[in-house]
Design a protein around this ligand. Structure first.
Ligand SMILES: Nc1ncnc2c1ncn2[C@@H]1O[C@H](COP(=O)(O)OP(=O)(O)O)[C@@H](O)[C@H]1O
Ligand SMILES: [Mg+2]
Length: 206
């Protein structure tokens, strides 16, 4: 059985991940079209019953920064063991709304947790495992905050300052520069239509 591919969507809150996620899943499913393999859609934090409980705590409850990072990786361990690894092993593809780059960007870049601590947790939880492809939706923080401001009450992260999101965005871009073969950067200031054209290139490249 050929192992499936693991694809992640990243970007600051309001960058446009959710807008394209379902459409992208459908495009991947069309491409696979074998009737045997499927595309599993998931998200972080979350993706499992325990992860969902941890997500609720992480998004709502104030806590120590290191506790936050540990809970993120605890949820990720469960997600890998229960969902991601079994799916890839049976040949399914997995599409996740955020993964470890988000922890580097938010807890590292945004909140300032030293990178070596996050790298140690990453090694513990995933060994050398990395996504096959990461789509980074990159957008200036002002654009993202305008897009965010509309809907529901903001969570722990969405209510952060403009400078927090500047640091978060910068760390995402640093991660992308460090692993250029894995990352595909989308200019998310573009129209939804032209972003879809870019994403068609991504699908074609897989
Ligand atoms: N390319 C775009 N142009 C204009 N508005 C967009 C674009 N992409 C997303 N939006 C809008 O911005 C808001 C946030 O997008 P969303 O996909 O929820 O971001 P994320 O999931 O990355 O937080 C939504 O209201 C969405 O309709
Ligand atoms: Mg979203």
């Amino acid at each position: 059985m050929v192992r499936g591919k693991f694809i992640t969507f990243e970007g600051i809150d309001g960058a446009g991940k959710t807008t394209h996620l379902d459409w992208f899943r459908q495009r991947l499913a069309d491409k696979l079209n074998t009737g045997v393999r499927k595309v599993v859609m998931t998200r972080e934090p979350g993706g499992t019953p325990l992860g969902g409980t941890l997500r609720g705590i992480l998004l709502a409850q104030p806590m120590d920064l290191e506790t936050e990072a540990l809970l993120m990786f605890a949820a990720r361990r469960e997600h890998l063991a229960q969902v991601i690894e079994p799916a890839l092993a049976q040949g399914d593809w997995v599409l996740s709304d955020r993964f470890t780059d988000a922890t580097f960007a938010y807890q590292g870049g945004g909140r300032g947790l030293p990178r070596d601590k996050l790298e140690a947790l990453e090694r513990w939880v995933q060994g050398g495992f990395q996504p096959d492809l990461t789509v980074l939706f990159d957008v200036p923080t002002e654009t993202a905050s305008e897009r965010r401001s509309a809907a529901r009450a903001p969570d722990n992260f969405e209510s952060e300052s403009e400078t927090f999101f500047e640091r978060t965005r910068a760390e995402y871009l640093r991660c992308a520069a460090e692993a250029p073969d894995r990352f595909f950067i989308v200019d998310s200031t573009q129209s939804i239509e032209s972003i879809r054209k870019r994403l068609e290139e991504v699908v074609a490249s897989l």
